[in-house]
Design a protein around this ligand. Structure first.
Ligand code: LMR
Length: 344
């Protein structure tokens, strides 16, 4: 039995267990008390996959500290970084099942639940984090935060990581260099199309598996932010890093809608305020955290850094542009225009 089948059958067993509990509760044989009695603090389990020193790791820790300071004795936050508790795919499912209460998962990874976030994966659509910030805080914000309400998930805000760059066994000043390489990508159909567009072979893979896959040669290349490339040591097993800024890694802070609406009003209001405060704090720091990570990679002298000329950048943009046409209907012309308008 492979890992995927094991996790699916594990999930089925849990689902059956929950069904039995519901049946027993209805028949009065067990109590439905979730464990959060009036005296017990509400527990927010918050798993994520990056290191504590990344923009997300620091933001999650700050969220925990502010909550435990301002809602002392009423809410406890357990942060599980570096995929200690589960990978991102499992965390989305666990949130829907109410097994964890908050996640900050890459927008790309909600691909199975909504097409709206595919806009964030369109190559070269957003030139930098400032434009993304403008889009995420503009007229499309509420629509994006509510994009998965039919799946019982509510978005509370967005945290940036940074812009993505390619790493691999060769410099990629020209997209032709990517031909025939196996690229690890996040679980996103747009990213899959993007790699096919440059002649590479895309492999969807969980973040926690990437280092080993690069080290053993199971994949040749990948795309990510400097802070992820540094903190997860991808630069130690990749000879060449090409500065492309071709895409974005950012997160949706999401909660289970039922858990959220069941919270006492004053607690929910305070938590919303803290999420907003942490989002501002974190999003102001993301760029410099990524710059520092790049400087550390350069100082390590482990990998060669290649910068694109204006001409080379143009070739990259033109080569990847057809991906937009493949997904514009699914994403919606209104969302794409709002994203483009943010650049003006
Ligand atoms: C990745 O899988 O490469 C990223 O989504 C990891 C992260 O959470 O930044």
């Amino acid at each position: 039995m492979n890992n995927k089948q094991q996790s699916i059958s594990g999930r089925s067993l849990k689902t059956i267990g929950k069904y039995l509990l519901v049946v027993l509760a209805i028949s009065g044989l067990v109590s439905c008390d979730s464990g959060n009695s009036v005296d017990e603090p509400i527990l927010i389990k918050f798993p994520h996959v990056t290191s504590p020193i990344t923009p997300k790791g620091l933001a999650a820790e700050r969220f925990k500290n502010l909550v435990e300071e301002r809602l002392a004795g009423r809410v406890v936050v357990e942060v599980y970084p570096s995929g200690q508790l589960m990978n991102d795919d499992d965390s989305i499912e666990a949130l829907a099942f109410g097994e964890v209460q908050m996640i900050a998962t890459s927008l790309s990874k909600f691909d199975r639940l909504t097409n709206k976030f595919q806009v964030f994966d369109l190559p070269f659509l957003f030139p930098n984090l400032d434009v993304i910030e403008k889009f995420q805080t503009g007229s499309a914000r509420e629509m994006l935060l509510g994009a998965m309400s039919s799946h019982g998930l509510q978005g509370l805000g967005f945290w940036h990581n940074g812009m993505k760059h390619f790493t691999g066994p060769v410099p990629m000043s020209d997209p032709e260099a990517a031909e025939g390489l196996k690229f690890r990508i996040m679980e996103s159909d747009v990213l899959q199309a993007q790699i096919l567009q440059i002649g590479g072979s895309p492999q969807k893979m969980a973040f926690v598996e990437v280092y080993q896959a690069l080290q053993t040669g199971a994949v040749d290349a990948q795309e990510n932010t400097w802070s992820n490339i540094y903190s997860s040591k991808f630069y130690e097993v990749q000879k060449h890093l090409t500065v492309t800024n071709h895409g974005y890694v950012g997160y949706l802070i999401a909660v289970n809608s039922a858990f959220w609406s069941d919270l006492p009003d004053d607690i929910r209001t305070e938590l919303e305020a803290i999420v907003d405060e942490v989002s501002t704090w974190a999003n102001q720091r993301a760029k410099s955290i990524n710059e520092e990570a790049l400087n550390k990679i350069i100082a390590s002298e482990n990998s060669q850094i290649t910068y694109l000329t204006a001409e080379e950048l143009k070739v990259w943009q033109q080569t990847m542009r057809p991906v937009w046409d493949d997904f514009s209907d699914k994403i919606g012309a209104d969302v794409i225009s709002a994203a483009q308008a943010a650049s003006n």
